[in-house]
Design a protein around this ligand. Structure first.
Ligand SMILES: N[C@@H](CCC(=O)N[C@@H](CS)C(=O)NCC(=O)O)C(=O)O
Length: 252
């Protein structure tokens, strides 16, 4: 960005929806940079003309409007925010090109390798499928555990929240919520000491304190996400137990 002039608040607009982890990630990025903006809450069952005009390809939130120009896709927006306001706030991407490439690599890892088995674990019926998904999720969580332990830093790329932390951020509040609904603990201090400490630090970090995840509001909304999720939630509420071979994972 050539022009590093301070933006008037009305020049930046974020189209979002309260439950969206992608929107929350963008809010956290804007908070790191100290950017003021106007927030527009979308009804995704009745999308506004503005949203459809600004994101005609995906028709999804988040969309960031900067000087009237839209930026869509949360990962693209986060990088854009870091570049557009490079002169203020904390750095989201590292300065070093190789470290930047590695940060992007781990973002892809979270999307492609980690999130799918966690979602599968949450939505699977008790039995082999649930056990296999748990095993797959734990295997990938171990990769992150080792990465964090090796780095020896508070966050993935340093002493403050950066790109990888933001992309993993939703899991820091979603995993405990899933654990509570299913009644199984996946990330414990014993199994994943570095990762569980990171979760605590992340949830306590300034951007997350600025925009806390709407956990209590989200819990019942999980029921609306899909039949399988509804099934998992209802099964738990009815007091049915997880399968017998998963006793070691059960919440105490
Ligand atoms: N890849 C997108 C995903 C965004 C996304 O899935 N947004 C959801 C809300 S969580 C949405 O707008 N859904 C509306 C729809 O699918 O019609 C990103 O990272 O921004």
């Amino acid at each position: 960005m050539d022009d590093h002039q301070e933006e008037a608040p009305e020049k930046v607009k974020l189209f979002g929806m309260w439950a969206s982890p992608y929107v929350l990630k963008v809010k956290w990025a804007l908070s790191i940079k100290g950017v003021e903006y106007e927030y527009v809450e979308e009804d995704l069952r009745n999308k506004s003309d503005d949203l459809l005009e600004h994101n005609p390809v995906h028709k999804k939130v988040p969309v960031l409007l900067y000087r009237g120009k839209p930026v869509a896709e949360s990962d693209v927006i986060v990088e854009f925010v870091d570049e557009a306001w490079s002169y203020r706030g904390g750095r989201i991407l590292p300065d070093d090109p190789h470290e930047r490439a590695m940060a992007r690599f781990w973002v892809r890892f979270v999307h492609d390798k980690l999130s799918p088995p966690i979602w599968k674990w949450f939505t699977a019926a008790p039995g082999e499928g649930q056990k296999a998904a748990l095993g797959a999720a734990v295997e990938q969580l171990q990769v992150l555990e080792d990465l964090l332990a090796l780095g020896g830093k508070d966050f993935f790329a340093g002493e403050s929240v950066g790109l990888v932390d933001l992309s993993l951020g939703a899991l820091a509040y979603v995993i405990p919520m899933y654990e509570e609904i299913i009644g199984v603990r996946m990330v414990t201090e014993e199994r994943f000491p570095s990762l569980s400490a990171w979760m605590g630090r992340f949830l306590d970090s300034p951007p997350v304190k600025d925009h806390p995840p709407p956990v209590e509001r989200l819990k019942p909304s999980c029921l609306l996400l899909g039949n399988q999720t509804t099934f998992a939630f209802c099964r738990r509420r009815r007091g049915a137990s997880v399968s017998a071979d998963m006793k070691e994972w059960r919440m105490t």
